[in-house]
Design a protein. Structure first.
Lengths: 105, 296, 288
């Protein structure tokens, strides 16, 4: 299973970012291979419709589940349509914490 | 870092006293950041007298520009434009910059690449400090598209300012109406305070606003300003809101104090701290902070 | 003659003035007059102009639908969309246009090499005609709640205006694109303000806008009584005709709150509105 969530910087001890579509980085983690990858969110400075485009970005990266403090209604609908699970997380945690807490049993 | 609690003050109809109420909250709130998202007629700064320390330009729209040297007057651009934004003046296509939505179709169809889409940078965002704390506000350039992008950007900066200053609350003076800038002001906020007045149009507009917000699940509180100008209408509005399960958290009587405070560029709570209206506004603010505390 | 009634700040009395002018022109000055409510986000004129609806015309947008079975996922439509409204996922054969983001410009349909796109009507508002004194004299534009394309509804509303007689536009507040859509189609602009710092600040923005558009204009001060000198100084210094002043009185506020035409609340107020109306007619006749 591959997950993704917004990060405030590209390192595992960084805090998660509270914005979904406009965060600076996304952290991708593949539980099958235990590979962690950060990608800069190049979409964040777009004018409008960013939530939709980020949903597409997630799907193109083969993500199965997305975590965020808050999802916009358009982004959430599109993620659902693209068969990507969404789950809310509380702010103030680190990237590593999110990965550890959501590791499948 | 916890996400700050975001309160947006709206009204549907203009002129109900939204900005005076926002300003009063500014003098009551502790550890808050203030924003004016009524970018089309920004007035909050007239009361809060902020000192601007930084400003930036902001583009909220793009428009087509024709290079008349390259243009062969084929007329394709005019044919495809659905916004009637192109007209020919003799052989030269002229863009109606007020009608152009910047979709770029004309530039796609142009066989000689004579049309480009250019961003307009007529809008401004100001970072400032006022006597109650940090403030960020925007001003739309004249005739600019009020698409809500400027509102979203201001709110994003307000969140960043709140993190920097460890502020727990963001208080936003919102735009009137129910269109795109209002939708941008409500998106992601934690509480809407709607300021209305006891008039048929005040209610009509509030009703449309509430229906629009209904799509967001953001809780709404209502304050009836100038409630004694028509007490019967006030009762009608209270009844209608009760039926919709929306709380009226305060009623403010009509008074010259509102304008007199404004003339001295003071909030009502600074101008007449022991007066009835200041007391009522303090009570309203306490109700809001209580909701915020419960939300923690 | 098309006259736009505007105000930089909301709630200054725009609707009070436009319904008052309409009433006076229609009832007392026997003019061929039409009122168009262009404040499509919050149209309020109908509260004062009590008339029965005779016809409703939808305001539609053409929204594309992409047939994923025909689509080859070449990505041309997505690249052409200036509003980021298209989401595409080729491996899943998924492609969709978000109707909320779409402006209905037709760029995607134009660029699609496979003819995979068809366009369907989506209603974003309506224009209603009202029977007022047995004539089509009151027309209202109304945007559907949740839509964000107010300017489109305004433009459509204005196409319903007659070509002769006096046409009044009740404009939205502010100075941004919906206001321009209204003001740019008018010959004369009445700017309504109030004697407060907020009123003056927003009047200045409005006056600059109107000057930029090159429209002849004048000012009506509503809720007058407070001798706010900077406003009067501004009007004198800029040589803008003062068309009249409506006093602040509790009984006028009360008439307004009940949805009554303020201009008809007393003989004195009626003659005051008549004066304003005649002054506007005079100013506009100078123009032509």
């Amino acid at each position: 299973m591959k997950i993704a969530f917004p990060a405030s910087a590209d390192k595992s001890e960084a805090l998660i970012d509270e914005r979904f579509a406009r965060c600076p980085f996304f952290c991708f983690y593949d539980f099958d291979t235990n590979q962690m990858e950060f990608k800069e969110n190049m979409l964040r400075n777009g004018a409008g419709g960013i939530g939709l485009q980020v949903a597409e970005f997630m799907a193109n990266h083969g993500v199965n589940k997305v975590f965020a403090v808050e999802f916009g209604p358009k982004a959430k609908d599109m993620l659902t349509k693209l068969h990507i699970e969404t789950q809310l997380i509380t702010a103030g945690k680190t990237v590593q914490q999110i990965i550890d807490e959501n590791r499948p049993a | 870092m916890k996400k700050p609690f975001e309160i947006v003050i709206l009204s549907g109809k203009g002129g109900t006293g939204k900005t005076s109420v926002t300003a009063a909250f500014a003098s009551l709130a502790k550890h808050a950041v203030f924003t004016d998202c009524d970018v089309d007629a920004a007035d909050l700064h007239l009361v809060l007298s902020p000192d601007i320390y930084q400003q930036e330009e902001f583009s909220s729209g793009a428009k087509a520009v024709v290079d008349t040297d390259k243009c062969t007057s084929c007329g394709l651009c005019k044919d495809v434009c659905r916004f009637s934004a192109l007209a020919y003046s003799g052989d030269i296509p002229v863009i109606d910059e007020y009608a152009c939505e910047g979709c770029g179709l004309c530039s796609i169809v142009c066989p000689v690449d004579a049309i480009t889409i250019e961003n307009y940078n007529n809008n401004h965002i100001y970072f400032a400090t006022c006597r109650f704390g940090p403030m960020v506000y925007g001003k739309l350039g004249i005739a600019e598209e009020n698409s809500g992008k400027l509102v979203s950007k201001i709110r994003q900066y307000a969140r960043e300012l709140a993190q920097k200053h460890h502020a727990e609350i963001i208080i936003t003076d919102g735009p009137p109406g129910i269109g795109c800038p209002v939708i941008s002001a409500v998106t992601g906020s934690d509480l809407v305070l709607a300021v209305t007045e006891p008039t048929m149009s005040g209610w009509h507009d509030l009703d449309r606003l509430i229906e629009m917000i209904g799509g967001f699940k953001t809780p709404v509180f209502v304050v009836i300003n100038k409630y004694d100008l028509n007490e019967e209408m006030t009762r009608v509005i209270e009844g209608n809101l009760l039926a919709k399960n929306i709380r009226v958290i305060g009623k403010i009587p009509y008074s010259d104090t509102m304008v007199l405070a404004l003339l001295e560029a003071k909030t009502i709570n600074e101008f007449d701290p022991s007066g009835y209206i200041a007391g009522e506004l303090t009570r309203i603010w306490e109700t809001i902070t209580l909701t915020y505390e419960q939300n923690k | 003659m098309k006259i736009a009634i505007t105000s930089g700040k909301g709630g200054t009395g725009k609707t009070t003035v436009s319904t008052g002018l309409f009433h006076i022109l229609n009832r007392y000055l026997k003019h061929h007059v039409q009122l168009l409510d262009c404040d499509v986000e919050e149209p309020d004129c109908h509260i004062f102009i009590k008339a029965s609806k005779t016809a409703v015309y939808p305001v539609n947008l053409l929204i594309p639908e992409i047939n994923a079975n025909i689509c080859t996922f070449c990505g041309k439509c997505k690249a052409a969309c200036a509003f980021n409204a298209i989401v595409m996922l080729p491996p899943a054969k998924f492609i969709e246009v978000s109707a909320d983001m779409c402006h209905g410009c037709g760029a995607c349909t134009y660029v699609c090499p496979e003819n995979a796109i068809t366009e369907k009507h989506k209603s974003i508002g309506q224009v209603s005609h009202f029977d007022y004194y047995a004539k089509d004299e009151f027309i209202e534009g109304r945007m559907h709640i949740g839509s964000a394309l107010q300017t489109r509804v305004i433009r459509e509303t204005i196409t319903h205006a007659r070509q002769q007689g006096v046409i009044l536009f009740d404009s939205p507040p502010g100075t941004s694109c919906p206001v321009i859509a209204t003001v740019s189609k008018s010959d004369y602009v009445v700017m309504v303000t109030e004697p407060t710092p907020f009123g003056l600040n927003d009047l200045i923005l409005m006056a600059e806008t109107v000057k930029q558009l090159g429209k002849k204009h004048g000012i009506v001060i509503n809720k007058a009584g407070l001798n706010y000198k900077p406003l009067y100084d501004y009007i004198t210094q800029n040589n803008i005709p003062l068309l009249g002043e409506i006093p602040f009185r509790k009984e006028l506020a009360s008439a307004y709150s009940k949805g009554e035409i303020v201009a008809e609340s007393s003989p004195e107020i009626r003659s005051l509105f008549e004066g304003i109306t005649k002054k506007i007619l005079f100013e506009t006749s100078l123009n032509s």
